[in-house]
Design a protein around this ligand. Structure first.
Ligand SMILES: [Zn+2]
Length: 141
C-alpha cells in the first residue's frame, strides 16, 4: 500500500543538527520523530481498517537530522505491544536539494549554509530534505 502522509520538521531539524555535535544524544529528537511516524501510521490503519503492520517505510530528509539507529531504538520502544509491534521500520534518507532563486540552478547545499555554488546567491528555495514522510506500509488485513 502506498501512502503519502508527510510532516515537516524543518526548523527542528536544523536545531537538532547543532545539538548533535555534542555526543551522548538522549534520543529526544528521535523520540518525537518516532511518535510522529506512529501517529501517521495509526491514522492510515484507521482509514484502512487494517490490524497488524508488517513494514513501515519512511523517507526522512537530511534536515530532519535523525540518527537511524536511535530512531529504530525509539520506534521499538514506542511500538512494543501495539499493532505496530514487530513491524520493520525502513528508513530512506532524502538528501537536501535546493534551487537558487538568482540563477535558477539546482544544487546540494552544504547544510546549514544555503548558498548557491554557481553564483553565490543567497536566495534559495528548498526542494527536498525537510520531509518526514511515511511512503509505504505493509499491513495484514
Ligand atoms: Zn545561483
Amino acid at each position: 500500500m502506498f501512502v503519502d502522509k508527510s510532516l515537516f520538521f524543518f526548523t527542528f531539524g536544523l536545531i537538532k543538527m547543532y545539538a548533535h555535535s555534542g555526543k551522548n544524544g538522549v534520543h529526544m529528537h528521535e523520540m518525537s520523530v518516532a511518535q510522529s511516524i506512529v501517529q501517521i501510521v495509526e491514522e492510515v490503519l484507521q482509514e484502512q481498517n487494517a490490524r497488524k503492520v508488517l513494514k513501515v517505510v519512511v523517507k526522512v530528509g537530511e534536515l530532519v537530522a535523525v540518527v537511524p539507529e536511535s530512531l529504530q531504538f525509539c520506534y521499538r520502544a514506542i511500538t512494543e505491544g501495539t499493532e505496530l509491534g514487530n513491524s520493520e521500520l525502513v528508513i530512506e534518507p532524502v538528501p537536501v536539494r535546493a534551487q537558487c532563486l538568482e540563477c535558477g540552478r539546482d544544487f546540494s547545499p552544504e547544510v546549514p549554509f544555503l548558498v548557491c555554488p554557481h553564483c553565490r546567491g543567497g536566495r534559495v528555495k528548498l526542494l527536498q530534505g525537510q520531509e518526514l514522510q511515511v511512503s509505504q506500509l505493509e499491513v495484514e488485513e
